[in-house]
Design a protein around this ligand. Structure first.
Ligand SMILES: *Cc1c(COP(=O)(O)O)cnc(C)c1O
Length: 413
């Protein structure tokens, strides 16, 4: 039998730190149980049958499986309706589809969580692009977070000052060093906003947060959420895709933007997608729990090694992202390369910092994944800029994550 080459000190350190995490893991496993019950119940209520797993071709008329799957997602997310499609490439496309579906020339979009995720900059027009929302005459305004929470007085002033069509909230931190937004905070700000203007549409970038807490933004006052199926809800099985969920009228607008005015949700062939996306959702509660446990273990071990980590191992989490501040380029590269070497796919690759479409700095990215760019699979990346932060997320199983961590810290010890 081939033996895996793990540094003895690294092995012992991980095992030792893990012992202190049993109670925390227990809570995560309980939540995975609750989420599994949600998924199972939704599939049974919609009476998913073997024939629903077969997809359609061409226009995709009468795709009963696709329609049922969207109702399953709506149930699981506590939404009125959902759009779950393979024609949506990923999270960025889901968000873009929703934004262009809803906003019209002259409308104002107000982001209340500071600068949005890098790939959304050209969509909004923060970075010039001839196809941006701004190029169509949509106004954009932004309010920074204040000590990792919403700046309530500025939000109030903005909403009272002019008509805002949409308030936009990004929960996960993206490539920033702020904290991710918990569901409690989402609820508080939604209540606050709706008291000032009950017509404003609250849209949430929900990437990386699904199944990490027991409620979704649409269950606490948001109107629409969007996310990626190569992250949490795809469970590592969905080959691509994105979802948009929330108010029925808004989901319909997004569907007509994705497809054709007059031909919204009723068209769109599912091909091979139905079986994969459904099986992915089935696996997702467990994949997310594994990912959260892996994030916590990483936090504990790297803190022990002297690095500044966020969140700390015992902090409340809103997403599956763990950051490690390496402070210098060398340690960042060494750790990210270690994660790549611990992958099942492309383990022989030495990853290099490169320019990526949609991102401003060079990025180093370890993702030896079965699905390209999938970050519910263990992946670790970071922009090559001070203070050299690695953003790590995912792990389809806890065991593979734990192995990868043992391998990746070998050089740091
Ligand atoms: C990943 C991510 C996106 C983009 O999703 P993709 O699936 O990579 O296109 C958008 N916003 C946030 C906060 C993300 O983490």
């Amino acid at each position: 039998m081939d033996k895996i080459d793990i540094d003895k000190k690294a092995f012992e350190l991980v095992i030792k730190e893990e012992m202190a995490l049993k109670d925390i893991y227990n809570k995560i496993e309980n939540l995975a149980f609750v989420n599994s019950a949600k998924v199972l119940t939704a599939m049974q209520k919609e009476n998913i049958m073997e024939t629903d797993l077969l997809g359609t071709t061409g226009y995709g008329y009468n795709d009963l499986g696709r329609d049922k799957i969207e109702r399953v997602f709506a149930r699981v997310l506590g939404a009125e309706d959902a759009l779950v499609r393979c024609q949506i490439i990923s999270g960025t496309h889901a968000l873009t589809t929703a934004l262009f579906g809803i906003l019209r020339p002259g409308d104002t979009m107000l982001c209340i969580t500071g600068t949005p995720y890098d790939t959304i900059h050209e969509v909004i027009g923060i970075k010039d692009n001839n196809s941006s929302l701004q190029s169509f005459g949509v106004y954009y305004e932004q309010i920074e977070l204040l000590n990792d929470d919403f700046d309530y007085s500025l939000i109030k002033a903005s909403l009272e000052d002019r008509k805002v069509k949409m308030v936009y909230i990004q929960r996960s931190r993206g490539y920033s060093d702020r904290k991710s937004i918990t569901i409690d905070k989402v609820k508080e700000v939604c209540d606050f906003i709706k008291k000032i203007d009950q017509d404003v549409i609250i849209m949430v970038d929900n990437c990386y947060t699904e199944f990490v807490e027991n409620l979704t933004p649409v269950e606490v006052g948001a109107d629409l959420i969007a996310g990626s199926l190569i992250k949490n809800l795809g469970g590592g099985i969905a080959p691509n895709g994105g979802y948009i969920a929330g108010r029925k009228d808004l989901v319909a607008l997004a569907a007509e933007r994705l497809n054709v005015p007059g031909q919204g949700k009723e068209v769109g062939p599912s091909g091979d997608f139905n079986r994969h996306v459904l099986m992915g959702l089935y696996m997702a509660p467990n994949a997310v729990a594994s990912s959260v446990k892996m994030a916590i273990l990483t936090s504990k071990v790297l803190e022990r090694l002297g690095y500044d980590v966020d969140p700390k191992y015992d902090e409340v989490r809103a997403d599956i992202v763990q950051t490690i501040k390496f402070g210098n380029e060398q340690d960042l590269l060494s750790y990210v390369r270690g994660i790549q070497k611990a992958s099942a796919i492309d383990s022989s690759a030495t990853v290099m910092p490169t320019d990526m479409p949609g991102y401003d700095d060079k990025i180093i990215m370890a993702s030896g994944s079965f699905t390209q760019g999938s970050s519910i699979e263990l992946s670790c990346d970071g922009p090559i800029r001070m203070p050299y932060i690695a953003y790590q997320q995912g792990s389809l199983t806890y065991e593979y994550g734990r192995l990868a961590l043992m391998l990746a810290i070998g050089k740091l010890i």
